[in-house]
Ligand binder design. Structure first.
Ligand SMILES: Nc1ncnc2c1ncn2[C@@H]1O[C@H](COP(=O)(O)OP(=O)(O)O)[C@@H](O)[C@H]1O
Ligand SMILES: [Mg+2]
Length: 349
């Protein structure tokens, strides 16, 4: 009897230890995409609304950007009737924290866009905190990048997409209209630091001179802080056939000065050449595009201030990034940097 008791006590202790260790191992954020795929299917079957667990679901992995310094995997979940959801999994050291931040920011974004017809953000269906994963509703349409490639040199349609992009960005920022001045003193002073100016080209110096002329306007008390998305690029904006625009990827969302966001977006749009739809031949942003963005965003022009002035800031922003880029680049990143330098050189001519 005694022996048996010990045996069972030991067995049950071992089992519970094993269970704990096992559940800890499985509670870790997915270390890679393959492991994530297995977890995504489990999550989808458990949490997709109205879905019988026996239904066949297919996963399609969305190709990720190799330049990203942090790591996540996105899956399109396809059922018998088509795409039913998207799932994003964060990997790496602070995966849980990044995912929690993104879920909160996505929720706020969806709320802010509620009163703006035609502007949407995904709704979070489930957040698995321990595994750093979230299930969300699918947004319709193709990325802005794909749309711009599709329409090529069709300026009217291009302008239409950029106007919509301006509109959703303003809705997200929560600015009814963004007045001049559009820059924070601190940020400008940082960009204009002597070390940078000394190593920069005459084009950079010319931009600095122009900013000097705008100084009074730019250094006025700023009321242009707000919620920024933090990663406005052509892949995070989705444009539907019916004209609906959506925003995804709130991993880097935060609050602060808004102008770098607009600057970055303009530069990224700028990297898509109207004629070819690719970065090849990029370097000019047509006035139509700027005007369309301005209209969509509700940019109020001030003295010496318009989208072209913003573009100067955007160029300066890219240049400062390029100057910042130091050692430890992968060969892909190095090629990309060369391409950006090439574009920056052409746009600042
Ligand atoms: N809810 C969604 N609806 C439609 N497409 C989405 C959705 N979430 C992500 N995507 C697609 O997946 C891509 C990658 O997602 P994203 O959240 O931007 O991940 P990453 O952080 O890797 O850039 C997006 O560019 C978009 O095309
Ligand atoms: Mg993205």
């Amino acid at each position: 009897m005694v022996l048996h008791f010990h045996f069972f006590a030991w067995r049950s202790q071992e089992t519970s230890m094993f269970r704990k260790a096992f559940s800890r191992a499985h509670a870790d954020p997915a270390p890679n995409a393959d492991f994530a795929a297995y977890q995504v299917l489990r999550l989808a079957k458990a949490h997709l609304p109205g879905r019988a667990t026996g239904d066949t679901l297919r996963l399609e992995k969305i190709p990720s950007n190799p330049d990203k310094p942090w790591s996540s995997t996105v899956f399109r979940i396809v059922g018998a009737t088509g795409c039913v959801a998207f799932c994003k999994c964060a990997h790496g050291a602070d995966a849980r924290h990044r995912m929690a931040h993104e879920v909160t920011a996505a929720g706020r974004a969806a709320e802010r866009l509620t009163h703006h017809p035609g502007c949407v953000a995904p709704r979070i269906l489930h957040h698995d905190k321990r595994r750093a994963m979230m299930l969300m509703t699918p947004l319709q349409g193709a990325t802005l990048g794909a749309r711009l490639r599709e329409v090529g040199a069709d300026r009217v349609r291009r302008a239409d997409f950029l106007e919509r992009t301006g509109r959703i960005l303003a809705a997200y920022h929560g600015t009814l209209a963004l007045p001049a001045p559009l820059a924070s003193a601190v940020q400008l002073e940082r960009l204009r630091s002597p070390a940078r100016s000394a190593s920069a080209s005459p084009a950079f110096a010319a931009i600095c001179n122009r900013l000097d002329a705008l100084k009074d306007v730019l250094l006025a008390p700023s009321h242009i802080r707000g919620h920024f998305h933090g990663d406005m690029n052509c892949a995070n904006i989705l444009v539907g056939r019916d004209g609906e625009v959506g925003l995804v990827d709130f991993e880097r969302a935060g609050t602060g000065v808004l102008y770098p966001e607009i600057a970055t977006l303009l530069i990224r749009v700028l990297c898509v050449a109207p004629e070819t739809g690719t970065p090849k031949g990029a370097g000019m942003i047509p006035d139509d595009d700027l005007a369309a963005f301005e209209t969509g965003y509700g940019l109020i022009r001030g003295p010496g201030f318009d989208a072209a002035c913003l573009l100067s800031l955007a160029r300066m922003f890219v240049r400062s990034k390029l100057l910042e880029t130091g050692a430890q680049l992968t060969s892909h990143q190095a090629r990309r940097r060369h391409r950006l330098i090439d574009i920056a050189a052409r746009v600042t001519e």
